[in-house]
Design a protein around this ligand. Structure first.
Ligand code: TYD
Length: 220
């Protein structure tokens, strides 16, 4: 049994997850918690190798099933290589996207059968489920605008394969994330990502506080 804490951050594009993960990590480290920050697709050398194939769109022509299996392969490597060992050491693991992104992007908007996606996730996560999942919620159009602004910055990156899709698709994803949060209320919390970053950070911390308290075991 591990005594770490596994927290995942989910939501559409431009929801500010990465910024909030960094702010939270800083706050927890200041309290002497052992914090591991990671992301998907990627987070381990094997998974990072697959990340490029997925985000460049190189795998797109081979179909959504192929992409879903690649995401799952990357996830399994990440779980075995990084997440499990960190939790066994008692760390708080903050992960930018995890299985819910596959359920939404490949399952719902990729039109893959839920049973197929669920089976892939069962293998990918190898019984490691998040203790808490924060679903960052905002209108798709606003998120895309934010993502575009980020891409337009001098050092910003161009939109990836998934960011290039239509606003309707992104709105369906928003609904699908909210649906997961409603169906799994013990694990999931919805965060209003339209608020200013400072307010989002406060909301994130107050949602997580009970998990930190309950898990007195998280190492510090
Ligand atoms: P990235 O630039 O890492 O992140 P973000 O949008 O979170 O800032 O892009 C990851 C992209 O991959 C994102 O568009 C969502 C997509 N994705 C899936 O389609 N399925 C998955 O299982 C994961 C983890 C991500």
């Amino acid at each position: 049994m591990n005594n770490g804490l596994f927290i995942t951050f989910e939501g559409g594009e431009g929801a500010g997850k990465s910024t909030q993960i960094l702010l939270l990590a800083e706050r927890l480290r200041a309290q002497a918690y052992n914090v591991v920050v990671t992301r998907e697709p990627g987070g381990s050398p094997g998974a990072e190798a697959v990340r490029h194939v997925l985000l460049s769109g190189a795998a797109q022509e081979f179909g959504v099933r192929m992409e879903a299996i690649l995401f799952a392969a990357a996830r399994n490597d990440h779980v075995e290589d990084v997440i499990k060992p960190a939790l066994e050491e008692g760390a708080i693991v903050l992960c930018d996207r995890f299985l819910d992104s596959s359920r939404v992007y490949q399952g719902v908007t990729g039109n893959l059968a839920p049973a197929f996606v669920d089976e892939l996730q069962r293998i990918a996560v190898d019984s490691i489920m998040p203790d808490c999942t924060l679903v960052f919620d905002l209108p798709a159009a606003l998120g895309l605008e934010r993502a575009r602004l980020r891409g337009a910055l001098p050092n910003g990156s161009a939109p990836d394969r998934f960011e290039r899709e239509e606003v309707d698709t992104h709105e369906k994803r928003r609904e699908a994330f909210l649906d997961i949060a409603l169906r799994e209320p013990k694990r999931c919390r919805i965060i209003d990502a339209t608020l200013p970053a400072d307010d989002v950070a406060k909301a994130v911390y107050s949602v997580l506080e009970p998990f930190l308290t309950a898990n007195g075991g998280a190492d510090r």
